[in-house]
Design a protein around this ligand. Structure first.
Ligand code: S3P
Length: 437
């Protein structure tokens, strides 16, 4: 049911804040846990609609999933090549693009197995040819609706390693091919022109899979079994970004963000915000750092006046899920903010270029779409406010909420329930930071 919520101008945001667990890392922890022979404990597993879909799919494939107190999940895996149950079954990914793109990499290497992956209306509009193509080249049978969209049927087969150049910067496609590469004969190399989030690479190293990076070339070799210890999931920088944006825009704010993942492939938004004048103090991991563990840290954020900036295409992957927030900051900043080379935004949970342009325009912003991004002009003053439709997209719902707190007249968000896809606690967490004027 559609739930409309009004967010009134806030006095300030103050206090300590711990974001929910990282969505990307939670999906991977569960998936890799299910591929192990020995049980793997995942601490601080994200409790959200997307990550529940992953647990449900793994249960259907025969893995044991035991939820424990305190957000911990114990995965009793089936092994990398164990006969997977429910062959012929339908796997419901819900709204999750990550599950839709990563899971086929594993299924493709299970000879004799056939599975169909499907999901909600939003998933059915998102392309899967980007994973179907490399998996077919490795030897799997893959069929998508109109060759491009879900439902996606995967017929497992003995796979052969390939060398694959990613046509788009996508961590999901990269991860899918690397996962299939663990099951493929010989070695599999993925080339990525611009680095995207590297959580899969870190987990491969932790699982002692033969894997190395040589500049843009990532190579994985066939492996018999995975060895993983416990995984602790850090806080999600993409969820924290909404609070960082709110604390930046709402005058008088000061928020300390605790236990947040600071992997540099995820902190592009923070770097762009800093360039615009945001006061975000923290130890952002250096580019190229490649430890097995995910770096975790603290951010100290205070409100500040902002200036426009240009986000270039090579900055896009590390800020991909936060680019709509760059538009929001741009609407409050002085001068012009331009985002280029972000055509991928059109294939997210909704067309986020159309959504953010129409959404922010409805709140009084001077913003226009380009083919691969947007241009927004601000005068360093708050948006008047109004109504924004989340269009079933969790990140658009949360952006509307932040816009409301920072606006002069408040914002009504239509479809606030979609926040539960990644961040069910969002309204409560925000409420705890709000201080009256
Ligand atoms: C994700 C990768 C990104 C991102 C998505 C999560 C992941 O998608 O937008 O929210 O977990 O690998 P693409 O790989 O399509 O860029």
């Amino acid at each position: 049911m559609t739930r409309s919520v009004r967010f009134d101008p806030a006095g300030s945001l103050r206090g300590e804040y711990t974001p929910p667990a990282d969505k990307s890392i939670s999906h991977r922890a569960a998936l890799f846990g299910a591929m192990c022979d020995e049980p793997v404990q995942v601490r601080n597993y994200l409790d959200s609609a997307d990550t529940r879909a992953t647990l449900a799919a793994l249960l259907k494939l025969g893995a044991g999933v035991e939820e424990e107190l305190g957000d911990s999940v114990l995965l009793r895996g089936v092994g990398l090549r164990a006969p997977l149950e429910a062959t012929g079954g339908l796997l419901d990914v819900g709204n999750s693009g990550t599950l839709m793109r990563l899971l086929p990499g594993w299924l493709a290497g299970q000879p004799g197995g056939v599975w169909t992956l499907d999901g909600d209306d939003s998933i059915r509009r998102r392309p899967v040819d980007r994973v179907a193509e490399p998996l077919a080249a490795m030897g799997a049978g893959v069929e998508a609706r109109d060759g491009r969209f879900p439902p996606l049927t995967v017929r497992g087969a003995p796979l052969a390693g390939i060398e694959y150049e990613l046509p788009v910067a996508s961590a999901q496609v990269k991860s899918c091919v690397l996962i299939a590469g663990m099951l493929a004969d010989g070695s599999t190399t993925v080339r990525e022109r611009t680095p995207s989030r590297d959580h899969t690479e870190r987990i491969l190293r932790r699982a002692r899979v033969p894997f190395h990076r040589d500049g843009p070339r990532l190579t994985v070799s066939q492996v018999e079994e995975l060895e993983l210890d416990e995984i602790a999931v850090p806080g999600d920088p993409s969820s924290a970004a909404f609070v960082v944006a709110a604390a930046t825009l709402v005058r008088g704010s000061r928020v300390v963000v605790k236990d947040v993942a600071l992997n540099w492939t995820r902190t592009g938004f923070l770097r762009v915000a800093q360039r615009m004048g945001a006061v975000v103090v923290g130890d952002l991991e250096a580019p190229g750092a490649e430890a097995d563990e995910e770096p975790v840290g603290e951010l100290d954020v205070a409100s500040a006046p902002l200036e426009g900036t240009v986000v270039e295409p090579d900055e896009v992957p590390a800020a991909i899920d936060e680019l709509t927030l760059v538009a929001l900051l741009g609407a409050f900043a002085d001068g012009e903010t331009v985002v280029r080379g972000a055509g991928e935004l059109r294939f997210k949970e909704s067309d986020r270029i159309a959504g953010v342009v129409e959404g922010l325009r409805g709140l009084g912003a001077d913003i226009e779409a380009t083919e691969d991004g947007f241009v927004v002009r601000g005068e360093g003053s708050p948006l008047p406010g109004g109504t924004i439709d989340a269009r079933g997209d969790h990140r658009m719902a949360m952006l509307g909420a932040v816009a409301g707190l920072a606006s002069s007249g408040g914002v009504e968000v239509i479809g606030m329930e979609s926040a539960a896809v990644s961040y069910p606690r969002f309204e409560r967490d925000l409420g705890a930071l709000l201080k009256p004027e």
